[in-house]
Design a protein around this ligand. Structure first.
Ligand code: DUC
Ligand code: ZN
Length: 459
């Protein structure tokens, strides 16, 4: 047994100075001045915040894209996650055209056989629609990959008719999907135009200039309208901009349930980074949708505060500086994505809570409880309740750390926020009662288990 004493336990509804007793893998008791059972390990959390383990509902480990594969696989990616306080990740199984959903999911289970250091689940990506795919939706739910992902851009994209049919079927099955919303027609035309100019073809800035906020907003609006007619709650993943947020607001005014996810990069980085020299510097930030304006960052922080954005995930999709060079001659070939799973908790605390943009309770809501509810894991995950998994983060709000690629656990060779001074430290991380990380480093690996998720809770 482990007794965490004198800490401040954080809940979305308020924080309380109480003790928390762990017995085996579960939270056994919570209360003021709990008695110390015999043989129990006591952890003094005076002056510290005690959060439920963070949930990252959007990672891409061991993903093959743009002729290469992410540098973080499930082994290194889940270690990076746990080191930063994330005790559960949800990655994206993908059934590529010609594969059944079951085959796609089997492939992702094999990837996770690399060994996981935090708990993990899968969404399932739908890239085509036919009788077999439709018939296997209940199989995915049965296997615990109970929520889905669709794309309106990339080679995994599906057209509007297919999006609509997917939404209708998921409604029948009591579940929902996240969607990557960008207008592919507009983006493809712009990319072709920019690539025809030899200078712009080599410029990293062409990446963001060919993926305007309007392309994202248009697709969000279209997705929401498709969901309106299908009468289905939906999730917009990685919302980056105010224009997109306006489309979500419009759908909500129509009475729709739309959930929005954003990511730390859209809250703390902006598109001026694509203008950096040389190529190696700017290409670190290539991701889709791209980074936006400072005004968008402020709009997203305000939306978090006001409850208009429900979750913060990372879209962790890491490539080395060398891998990014695949696009040195053609911006369209730069592998898209950046690391983030390791730093999310500390960055959101430092840039959000410590700077007064959001409360620690809001942080708990968007990193823990909301993703647990939306993705069918509550109350096993995402909360500090008796009977819940003892996934716990002890965060020191007076700690000082600096982000550095040299000390990070991720296999990536750069940190997008290199040099950022953090006004907190992630002291200890417990995964189902086992201390797995201390001060940003893994102390016990390979403890992660698959989380068989239930149906989403719509709140
Ligand atoms: N965006 C990225 O930048 N990389 C992976 C997938 C995605 O949506
Ligand atoms: Zn993604």
């Amino acid at each position: 047994m482990i007794l965490i004493q004198n800490g401040t336990l954080v809940f979305p509804g308020g924080s309380r100075k109480e003790d928390l007793l762990i017995d085996g893998e579960k939270i056994a008791r919570i209360g003021a001045d709990l008695e110390v059972p015999e043989g129990c390990t006591v952890v003094d959390a005076s002056g510290k915040l005690v959060f439920p383990g963070f949930i990252d509902a959007h990672t891409h480990f061991d993903l093959h894209v743009a002729g290469t594969v992410t540098i973080d696989d499930f082994a290194s990616g889940t270690k990076a996650a746990a080191a930063g306080g994330t005790t559960t990740i949800i990655d994206f199984g993908t059934a590529y055209p010609g594969e059944t959903l079951n085959e796609g999911l089997d492939n992702w289970f094999r990837k996770a056989d690399a060994g996981c250091s935090c708990d993990y689940g899968f969404h399932q990506t739908i890239t085509e629609w036919n009788e077999t795919v439709s018939a296997q939706i209940p199989d995915m739910i049965e296997r615990g990959a109970s929520t889905f992902k669709i794309y309106m851009t990339y080679d995994t994209q599906i057209d509007d008719e297919t999006v609509f049919k997917v939404l209708q079927r998921l409604k029948e099955c009591g579940t929902t999907t996240g969607c990557h919303c960008e207008n592919s027609g507009m983006i493809d035309a712009l990319r072709e135009e920019y690539a025809a100019d030899p200078d712009r073809k080599k410029a990293v800035s062409s990446h963001y200039l060919t993926r305007p906020a309007a392309a994202e907003a248009e697709a969000i609006g279209r997705y929401c309208h498709l969901a309106e007619v299908a009468d289905e709650p939906v999730i917009d993943v990685h919302l980056t901009c105010e224009e997109g947020l306006e489309e979500i607001r419009a759908a909500r005014r129509r009475g729709q349930k739309v959930y929005a996810e954003t990511c730390p990069q859209y809250l703390v980085m902006d598109d001026s980074l694509y203008e950096r020299e040389p190529f190696e510097e700017a290409s670190k930030y290539v991701c889709a949708p791209p980074l936006r304006k400072k005004t968008d960052q402020e709009a997203l922080w305000a939306a978090l505060r006001d409850g208009e954005i429900q979750t913060i995930s990372t879209d962790h999709c890491s490539f080395t500086v060398e891998q990014k060079k695949l696009g040195q001659e053609d911006f369209r070939k730069i592998p898209g994505g950046m690391p983030g799973v390791e730093t999310r908790g500390a960055v959101i605390y430092s840039e959000g809570v410590a700077k007064g943009r959001i409360s620690q309770e809001k942080m708990c809501e968007v990193l823990c409880e909301n993703p647990a509810r939306l993705y069918g894991m509550y109350p096993q995950k995402g909360t500090l309740l008796v009977g819940s998994d003892a996934d716990i983060v002890i965060l020191d709000p007076s700690g000082k750390r600096t982000i550095s690629a040299k000390t990070q656990v991720s296999a990536c060779d750069y940190a997008p926020l290199e040099g950022l001074e953090l006004s907190c430290a992630i002291d200890e991380v417990y995964l189902r009662g086992t201390l797995v990380a201390r001060d940003g480093q893994i102390v016990c690996e390979n403890q992660g288990k698959y989380v068989k998720r239930g149906l989403p809770e719509y709140f």
